[in-house]
Design a binder for this molecule. Sequence first.
Ligand code: CP
Length: 305
Amino acid sequence: MPLSSRHLLGLQGVPKDDIQLILETANTFREVLERPIKKVPTLQGKTIVNLFYENSTRTRISFELAEKRLSSDTINFSQSSSSVKKGESLKDTIRNIEAMKIDMIIIRHSAAGTPHYLTKICNANIINAGDGIHEHPTQALLDMYSLKERFGKLEGLKVCIVGDVAHSRVALSNIYGLITMGAKVSVCGPSTMIPRFIEKLGVNVTYDIDEAIRDNDVLNVLRIQLERKAGGYFPSLREYAKYFGITQERLDNNKDITILHPGPINRGVEISSEVADGNNQIILHQVTNGVAIRMAVLYLLGTLN
Ligand code: CP
């Protein structure tokens, strides 16, 4: 069965069968990534544009690598070296790029809803690589893939998302995806960083990090988004680290807990260096799996047309 949509804009409302299909397809590509020649001809002849209006290391490189591994033609756009700097609008930029006959657009933008807007003004397949504080679906898919790899299933898994939930597109996509897949999801952080009424999404809330560590199989530790003025939501980074930072000492409450972090990491703030490099974390596995997930999404959308 193909995916039910020709775009990946977020995980809100994405059916379980679609998520399952992406995770299963990623298994095949994960195997390709272990071969001496890590390339397949699947998307030969397709042209994909990586349109990044916000900074990125992992997502941009991961998409570019996934596109190259699938043999598509890849174009990289960065706002800082484009005619956006001369005042060109998003709409004109997209229309001009589309006129060059491209098939897919990967978009990261600081404004929530930008990927949805692109579906209205062009015909390419659109993949959301992070829109403001809204969604980051491929990050949540690679997180779920990494958890399925570690635990064998997502159903019933207890996952707590920790920290700056209010500013996090990673949190929202994980909440939608994990709940669809039957995991038990909670959030933990300072009350100023937990959106009001978040329980309506089907998550539990705790403000006690030691309780979160004790009661869960997994912590997905979020970055404090200083560029989104997150520092104004608590008295100091030192105080945040004291009350919510994940340290090895705290993990003594649950020595088997698995730690995820989407990156980039603020070492010594939301996570100590000891934990970030320690035995409980699977942070670099997440990064490796991200390429396979993005290959799966590109393949499934690119062969729909
Ligand atoms: N996880 C993530 O989105 O990282 P980048 O901002 O480096 O892409």
